[in-house]
Ligand binder design. Structure first.
Ligand code: ARG
Length: 457
């Protein structure tokens, strides 16, 4: 396609390092869509004849059918998806095929194709997140008042409800979804097509019509920027990487919760794996792999960022590597999302171990201190000190839960503590009392659930 000025063939390894067809064949739909819009515009502007355009349109449709049915003869000698399709077009329709590349370059072509791909992938990923959010919401509803330990520093802090914990992820994923929609909008803003190699073109093209036909807001305002920039992909990868981080944190919790030491939850058989040597094992491999994939998705962002940051304007071939990184990140995320949704749909939570763990570790100490403040007007710092002494006493006596401390022992530390205070130290009472807006009280969690239900309609 570009051999005119060369006397000899490229070296084999030159072809190997240069070819991207194995990766960018995934852009075939976008490439055909872009070419069809371009040819229509060339015809409307009288740059090619209507007959040529008709032949091009029909030829491109046939090529789409060939690719979809798996009979298209992809060739590494033709480097990439753009040249593969164009060469095949000419093979099929002859001379009109050779006119398609008028007033365009592969540089604006690939930037346009890739933007279309990132736009769609970002939107579809956002839709996938919504499905997981709905699973989490169902589980939150089914376990709205189940008590579990809430942690800070992974040390038992205060009792919380499982419903509340699961909804934290729904909230995180809502922001992830919005960020991905943002990435899709950013990609859809400006259409690179018509920027040609770097400087624009001398043909009387109509950039508004191609931008419009392809679903962009406007043609790109600067041709150098349009062919040389990949920040739309960087933004998508950065946002995807944040979303993957959230999936990874949930995965990490599944790994902890399903360990026999926690015993909070059991993964279904379909989402567990066995060990080839230890017959008793039930491993959370999918959750572990989600953690690892999040690391790789972050690395994909870092790699593309490093590629772009040292390129002088405008296009350089380094940019060809943008697609493998981006495809890998979206594929890994989509698989992680499917796996996480499957695990959440079918996981079984174990009420008693969660509740027991919530009561251990003197998790309601704050409730006792708050009672002293509320009922006896004790200054909080003093209440903290008194409660601390009670916790120490409980430890000495080997009493695991504050609610189980005999009243006499509580009163030995502070004679004003009453039976009423003691009953507040049960974990159920503790969670019920945390009814500030956004708090863990089942009442508040039910309101959150309602809010999400409304939003997901
Ligand atoms: N396959 C190339 C890429 O993905 C297309 C653009 C090639 N442009 C060029 N001037 N060689 O970046």
């Amino acid at each position: 396609m570009w051999g005119g000025r060369f006397a000899a063939q490229p070296a084999d390894a030159m072809q190997a390092i240069n070819a991207s067809i194995d990766v960018d064949k995934r852009l075939w739909r976008e490439d055909i869509e872009g070419s069809k819009a371009h040819a229509d515009m060339l015809a409307a502007r009288g740059i090619i004849t209507p007959e040529d355009n008709q032949a091009i349109q029909a030829g491109l449709d046939q090529i789409a059918a060939e690719i979809a049915s798996g009979v298209f003869p992809f060739s590494a000698a033709l480097e990439d998806i753009h040249l593969n399709i164009e060469a095949r077009l000419t093979e099929r329709i002859g001379e009109p095929g050779k006119r398609l590349h008028t007033a365009r370059s592969r540089n604006d072509q690939v930037a346009t194709d890739f933007k279309l791909w990132v736009m769609r992938a970002s939107r579809e990923t956002g839709d996938g997140l919504r499905i997981l959010q709905k699973s989490l919401l169902r589980q939150a509803e089914a376990h709205v008042d189940w008590v579990m330990p809430g942690f800070t520093h992974l040390q038992t802090a205060q009792p919380i409800t499982l419903g509340h914990h699961l909804l934290a992820y729904v909230a995180m994923m809502e922001r992830d979804r919005v960020r991905l929609i943002g990435a899709a909008l950013e990609a859809a803003w400006e259409c690179p097509l018509g920027s040609a190699a770097l400087a624009g073109t001398s043909y009387p093209i109509d950039r508004d019509s191609t931008a419009n036909a392809l679903g962009f807001h406007a043609p790109s305002a600067n041709s150098l920027d349009a062919v040389g920039s990949r920040d739309f992909a960087l933004a998508a990868l950065a946002n995807l990487s944040i979303a993957a981080t959230h999936l990874s944190r949930l995965a990490e919790e599944l790994v902890l919760w399903t360990s026999p030491q926690f015993g909070f939850a059991t993964l279904s058989d379909g989402w567990s794996t066995g060990s080839s040597i230890m017959p008793q094992k039930r491993n959370p491999d999918a959750a572990e792999l989600i953690r690892a994939k999040a690391a790789r998705i972050g690395a994909d962002f870092a790699a593309l960022n490093s590629i772009v940051q040292k390129l002088p304007l405008a296009y350089a071939k380094d940019l060809q590597e943008d697609k493998a990184l981006t495809f890998n990140a979206f594929d890994a995320f989509s698989l992680s999302l499917t796996a996480m949704t499957g695990m959440i749909e079918t996981i079984r939570f174990n009420r008693a171990p969660m509740r027991d763990a919530a009561a251990r570790g003197y998790s309601t100490a704050t409730d006792l201190a708050d009672w002293l403040v509320r009922e006896l007007k004790t200054p909080f710092r003093e209440a903290h000190e008194i409660t601390g002494r009670i916790v120490r006493r409980a430890e000495q006596l080997g009493v695991a839960e504050l609610a189980q401390m005999p009243l006499g022992e509580l009163q030995a530390v502070d004679g004003r503590i009453s039976e009423a205070a003691r009953t507040l130290l049960a974990v159920e009472k503790s969670v019920e009392s945390r009814d500030s807006y956004g708090g863990t009280a089942p009442q508040r969690v039910r309101e959150q659930i309602e809010r999400w239900r409304e939003m997901f309609k």
